[in-house]
Design a protein around this ligand. Structure first.
Ligand code: PRP
Length: 215
């Protein structure tokens, strides 16, 4: 029988995702002792855990090579895509924010602002809603560098603790939206393997309803 594949986002969300599955009673020893392996079995089940970068979790689930995924709402907002978003897992909480160098009034003056972001679609949508014409530059990581180096007036980025902004002389000018980890499911999988996938989702929903989101 083909395994049910669950794609987990490597890095920040990984530990909390694994902790959640362990709370639900799944044996994640193979993930904990993964070494460099990227596909790990969950002992005693038909589940397999796939470790991938956030954007790739969406790609794998959307294309049906993974049935289920755990990924941040930030990545979902940026990439869009066709899949079911079935649960807010409650961890990985952070926010999208517009941040500027300390002391700068972002809205002062009439020049066209330059915005640096890894999340260009989120940034574009934010300024379109404001009817504000901006130039958006895509930066792959450590986007805080862009205003410091003089490339941009501001950044649109994820803020969790705020330490990165603070240590780089930036402040939040506006919060755009709250984000957190989401459980996503491939559309065809949910239809074709309903009997296997639905109980798993229900189990997670029950757990979350029990108020233990911060596991
Ligand atoms: C994110 C984000 C900020 C930082 C914010 O980067 O882009 O740089 O975390 O966290 P804080 O508010 O707790 O300081 P990440 O570490 O995911 O790496 P990246 O820069 O490569 O995207």
């Amino acid at each position: 029988m083909k395994p049910i594949r669950i794609a987990l986002t490597k890095g920040r969300l990984e530990e909390k995702s694994v902790a959640l599955f362990e709370q639900l009673g799944y044996d994640c020893t193979a993930v904990r002792e993964k070494g460099r392996r990227l596909i790990l079995p969950v002992a005693g089940t038909n589940l397999e855990i796939v470790l991938a970068k956030a954007a790739d979790v969406v790609t794998y689930v959307e294309n049906g090579v993974c049935d289920i995924g755990v990924v941040g709402k930030d990545t979902i907002m940026e990439m869009g895509g066709t899949f079911y978003e079935v649960a807010d897992l409650g961890f990985g909480r952070c926010r999208f924010a517009l941040a500027v160098p300390r002391g700068v009034d972002f809205y002062e003056g009439y020049h066209t602002r330059c915005i640096a972001s890894k999340y260009v679609n989120v940034a574009r949508a934010f300024f379109e809603k404001k009817n504000m014409d901006v130039n958006i530059v895509k930066i792959e990581g450590s986007v805080e560098l862009a205003p410091i180096l003089g490339l941009s007036d501001a950044i649109v980025d994820i803020v969790e603790t705020g330490v990165t902004l603070k240590e780089n002389g930036l402040v939040v000018a506006e919060t755009i939206m709250e984000v957190s980890a989401r459980l996503i499911v491939n559309i065809a999988s949910l239809k074709l393997r309903k009997q296997e996938i639905e109980p798993f989702i229900t189990q997670i929903e029950r757990y979350l309803a029990g108020g233990k989101q911060d596991a």
